[in-house]
Design a protein around this ligand. Sequence first.
Ligand code: HEM
Length: 404
Amino acid sequence: MLLGGAAAGAGFAALTACTARGDDQDASAEAALLAVGADTVPFHGTHQAGVTTDPQAFATFIALTLRDETDREAIRRLLQVLTDDASRLTAGRGALADTEPELAATPARLTVTLGFGPELVRRVAGESALPSWLRPLPAFGIDRLEEKWNDGDLLLHIAADDQVTVAHAARMLLKTARSAATLRWRQSGFRRSRGSEKSGTTMRNLFGQIDGTVNPRPEDDDFPARVWVADGWMAGGTSLVFRRIRMDLDGWDRLDTPGRDQAMGRRQSDGAPLTGEGEFDEPDFEAIGPHGFTVIPDFSHIARARGDDERPTMLRRSYNYDDDVVGAANAGAAGEAAAGDAEISDAGLLFLAYQADVDEGFVPVQRRLDELDLLNQWTTPVGSAVFAIPPGCAEGGFIGETLF
Ligand code: HEM
């Protein structure tokens, strides 16, 4: 049937309006996407940015070793220049001696967070300035630590929603640091890209689990007492336990859904406790199932991690890693492993826990998990470091100034 002239005209007008609305929608979607690159997180403040910041998609952690000749004054100069670099870069400006300032123009919520190992604190202010918890962690039975991933004198934690931004900032800061320190290790991790999921969604790790549900929230009354150091040169700072934990993705593949859920005490599908309906439901560790056992197994990760304290005293803020398997291309050719067993992944969690005191936060929980936790079967700590994260600074100041 042919449309009459008037009807065809009306149809055309409707179509044009529709297309115009479509163009508007495309333009606003494009504007929203571009806002991701332009977004900034303030550098200055009571606390350093990058601890309670809604985690960015990409993070690189670089541990440095101070050179023998780097003394107190050299450390002061280093921290002053790193602070200057960081305050510029996080605002979307080039660092002072930036050879590629173009790369700095997309800050993408860049944060730079500095952490101190014991040696840096000792060189600046002597043994007495060391917080009691600033030392390597006690040894745990499950540890298979590789020296190349352990410790460090100065940590650069660089994170943004864009990987080019992170790479550029890392290079600028390393160029500043290299006369005073050498590279010890560098580890990079990732989460979902911004915009892939609703912001505030709890991340999933590479086992597929929702990871980070039970965590202190900055708006909680007791958050400061749990996470921020109250006094001394560290007032307003915190501690970071950084663990590189390998995850056996092949072994996890062989576990069925009920097995996975029992190991965790939560459902992988929606993160709800085995006694609840939704991710944020309070687990009932006393509930008994039809066979007379607790519904949430006593050996599950959440039952063991919870302990007597109702709420965890650490802020977990981990990143996934999935690195190249060195030599993987040659392994098959050399016939070292049967095709089905060939190593295809070096993946896991860059597990980060922030707390006011490592000995009250991370250590007691890790002790319990070390004694018993079904999840240990598929997870192995291979790297470990503890850093003091000093407080933030005001404009004109520098990170670490309270130590001098
Ligand atoms: C690769 C290793 C690990 C994986 C895959 C893992 C995964 C998870 C998951 C999926 C949850 C449940 C959801 C949540 O509340 O976040 C959880 C809870 C928790 N994990 Fe882990 N975790 C690992 C290592 C650790 C370590 C090393 C510690 C500390 C020593 C730890 C401490 C906790 C705590 C405190 C909770 C909350 C328990 C509660 O409900 O009160 N986890 N973990």
